[in-house]
Design a binder for this molecule. Structure first.
Ligand SMILES: [Fe+2]
Ligand SMILES: [Fe+2]
Length: 192
């Protein structure tokens, strides 16, 4: 399916308008980064690059309006409505929507397409890479937990997200940071 430059601009504008404020976990930087990872993984895995790009852009659009709980479903619904108004191909819209609704660790087991698996992986690079862990830790520390409590929670989230990584390409890229972080958790507990 062909997307015109204008259509792409419109989608980008909608995605960035709905991103969280700068400095928050799901700000424009997060959206851009997930989209770039989605494109990269799609090329490596020989999946549909356009589906991955648009799903990457729209995967978190519900977060500004709604809470984080089940935002995958809400973002998918908003994306469906928005893309349908643009009169894009139904099959294309359905593929994008499916990828968005499966991007959480609770939902990735429902991912039926390569593109849906890629969006999960692209999103989780933002936690599993070392920089991603730092962001997760910093974001959660603001909740008033102690350092030890926060580290314990972050370790659980980190390991859970990593265990569900789907594609061979992402597994290869994320294994070294995962191993470093396992060492980090071990050393932290040993001397705390
Ligand atoms: Fe999300
Ligand atoms: Fe995200």
């Amino acid at each position: 399916m062909k997307l015109t430059k204008n259509q792409l601009k419109k989608i980008e504008k909608y995605a960035f308008q709905n991103a969280e404020e700068e400095g928050m976990a799901h700000d424009i930087d997060h959206i851009k980064s997930v989209t770039n990872w989605a494109i990269y993984l799609a090329r490596k895995e020989k999946a549909n690059v356009k589906v991955c790009k648009i799903a990457g852009l729209l995967h978190d659009i519900a977060l500004k309006k709604y809470s984080r709980k089940n935002h995958e479903q809400k973002s998918a619904r908003m994306a469906k409505e928005f893309l349908s108004k643009m009169k894009l191909d139904h099959n294309f819209i359905n593929q994008v929507v499916h990828a968005i609704e499966c991007h959480g660790s609770k939902f990735v087991k429902n991912a039926k397409t390569e593109e849906a698996k890629i969006i999960y992986d692209a999103d989780k690079t933002q936690v599993v890479l070392i920089k991603g862990f730092c962001r997760l830790y910093e974001e959660r520390l603001r909740k008033g937990l102690t350092m030890d409590e926060n580290l314990e929670e972050c370790e659980e989230i980190y390991n859970r997200l990593y265990q569900l990584i789907q594609t061979i390409t992402a597994k290869k890229i994320l294994k070294p940071p995962y191993q470093i972080m396992q060492q980090f958790f071990k050393e932290y507990k040993k001397w705390k």
